[in-house]
Design a protein around this ligand. Structure first.
Ligand code: AMP
Length: 541
């Protein structure tokens, strides 16, 4: 017997309509690309998103079309998400930090029909436009006064395009499993692969992350959305904030410590989320300037491992609670958050930190298990590590255009490519990416764990560990270190610092000092580049 409840498709434009009606005056504040701070509201965003939807519909864009954005976090970018999704088209976030050729490759693979871009990317778009014959419309996210004189065909200013639309346009109706957003993964191996969210998955993920024991978002909060909309869906904040009615603060292109701290203070932000690099920048700025941040309650750190020393510093010196989080583009994207359980809050702080340094517990709607290479489930003992697999209603079932099929099994589990442990309290701890783990004498050494310890050294700005070929052990770890400006440190000092904190056979065989650790376009350590750089490195006997 079927139940007697209404069928109310989970379509994301219902979020912005709800925000307009119940949180209409709540602000969305942006540090704009043009320069000034721009203030708008959910009511205005909803009306302008409808205008955009109407304009796109009138120009013949429709269900299933891919419409790309190449933009920082801003109110206009948010309007694009809702306006594009509101006609059943798919917003496709392109990552501007990628190489232009790679951006063009991704846009070609997606067959984007239109491209919306920030004017700071004009020369980039000019360069790639000839390789994008499928793009019929280029839209500069600005008004006519700021429209750049550029050699880009079919170029219009966003505000002019909006003027073509109607603020009362009726959203299109379709099934909640319709594709909504497309985002390609970093592609550290092989070509990038497209994660294709649905309206339903975005709605469910937003409900999941807003919960008290997840990001803890209330309509009284002011959220600084540091995590970019072009990477992993801004961790669903673009949906969760208007759903709950929280104020949303968009930092635009300026993600340095000083600019971030300025927004935290001026907009009294209470919650933020971003990768560790951003919080390194914030901490450094606060030390150098002697300034304080006074309103922040909670910072969610993810995308790469948050070192224990960073979590401790933010919590004890700034009085801001840290929640460590893990996820992936393919999970739209948040999978775990490290809020402490009632039982663990009774532990002494150093023991609480042991748990906080792990990547957290699964949100409801994320099934997790670790398996060996034969797909046998491994014990949840916090020690045994294996391949981390996930399943749930907001997790990819396949990649766009059927790439990467090997990551999905017949029982619906997605192999994350991460190596992890699960413990008896439900906390997951990332040991490594499966391709980065160092295989020494048949045993695995976690590069991530050594890196996290190394950055606890007072002179270390950043650290990376890679495997170097070894005739006897197959691979041995090399620790690559970038020092803080003005600091000095030698290999013996570094190894002495690690000694006693890790198993003897995990100790790096050598330490190399570099000016800077290379990063990928999504802020992760670029191990491929480091491996290439140290390909001829010889370990001492
Ligand atoms: P992306 O899809 O670009 O967000 O990358 C997802 C990958 O980033 C994951 O599979 C992990 O390897 C890594 N990652 C994300 N969050 C964390 C974290 N908190 N600690 C360690 N690695 C992480």
């Amino acid at each position: 017997m079927r139940g007697l409840m209404q069928d109310w498709p989970l379509l994301v434009h219902k979020i912005i309509d709800h925000a307009a009606l119940y949180h209409g005056d709540r602000e969305v504040v942006t540090r704009s690309i043009e320069g000034p701070i721009v203030r708008t509201t959910y009511r205005q965003i909803a009306a302008r998103a409808r205008r955009l939807a109407g304009a796109l519909d009138a120009r013949g864009f429709a269900l299933g079309d891919r419409i790309a954005t190449l933009a920082w976090n801003s109110w206009r970018h948010l309007e694009c998400w809702y306006g594009i999704a509101g006609i059943g088209a798919i917003y496709h976030t392109l990552n501007p930090r990628l190489h232009p050729e790679q951006i063009a490759w991704i846009a070609g693979h997606a067959q984007d029909r239109a491209l919306f871009f920030d004017i700071s990317f004009t020369s980039l778009v000019e360069k790639i436009a000839p390789s994008l014959p499928h793009v019929e419309l280029f839209v500069a996210l600005t008004d006519r006064a700021h429209l750049p004189a550029a050699n880009i065909p079919n170029l219009v200013a966003y505000e002019d395009l909006l003027a073509e639309g109607d603020g009362t346009f009726a959203w299109k109706q379709f099934d909640e499993n319709t594709a909504c957003g497309l985002c390609y993964t970093s592609g550290t191996t092989g070509n990038p692969k497209g994660g294709l969210d649905t309206h339903r998955s975005n709605m469910l993920r937003a409900m999941m992350i807003a919960q008290v024991d997840a990001m803890n978002i209330s309509c009284r909060d002011s959220i600084l959305a540091v995590v970019p909309m072009f990477h992993a869906n801004s961790w669903a904040l673009g949906f969760a904030a208007p759903m709950i009615g929280a104020k949303l603060v968009m930092p635009g292109a300026k993600l340095d410590g000083a600019s971030i701290c300025e927004l935290i203070e001026s907009e009294k932000t209470t919650i933020s989320a971003g990768v560790p690099t951003v919080w390194f920048g914030m901490l450094q700025h606060l030390v150098e300037s002697g300034k304080q941040v006074r309103h922040m309650k909670r910072i969610v750190i993810g995308g790469a491992a948050a070192p224990r020393s960073m979590i401790q510093k933010i919590e004890t010196e700034l009085g801001i609670e840290v929640a460590h989080s893990w996820g992936m583009t393919e999970m739209s994207p948040v999978g775990t958050i490290g809020t402490l359980t009632a039982k663990l809050t009774e532990l002494p702080y150093p023991e609480q930190l042991d748990y906080k340094a792990k990547q957290g517990r699964a949100l409801f709607g994320v099934e997790m298990k670790v398996t060996d290479d034969q797909n046998r489930e491994l014990p949840r003992d916090g020690i045994t590590f294996g391949r981390l697999k996930v399943r749930g209603p907001a997790i990819a079932s396949s990649y766009f255009r059927d790439e990467g099929l090997a990551s999905f099994d017949d029982d619906g589990w997605f192999d994350t490519g991460d190596v992890a442990t699960l413990d008896a309290e439900g906390y997951m701890s990332i040991v490594d990416r499966s391709k980065d783990v160092i295989k020494s004498g048949g045993e695995w050494i976690s590069s991530v764990q050594i890196e996290n310890l190394a950055v606890g050294h007072p002179s270390v700005a950043e650290a990376a560990v890679i495997g170097i070929a070894h005739p006897k052990w197959n691979e041995r770890p090399l620790l690559v270190v970038a020092l803080k400006p003005g600091h000095d440190c030698c290999a013996e000092d570094m190894l002495g610092f690690l000694s006693g904190k890790i198993a003897k056979w995990w100790m790096p065989d050598a330490v190399a000092f570099v000016d800077e650790i290379p990063h990928t376009a999504t802020g992760k350590i670029q191990k491929t580049e480091l491996r290439a750089r140290f390909a001829d490195f010889r370990l001492p006997n």
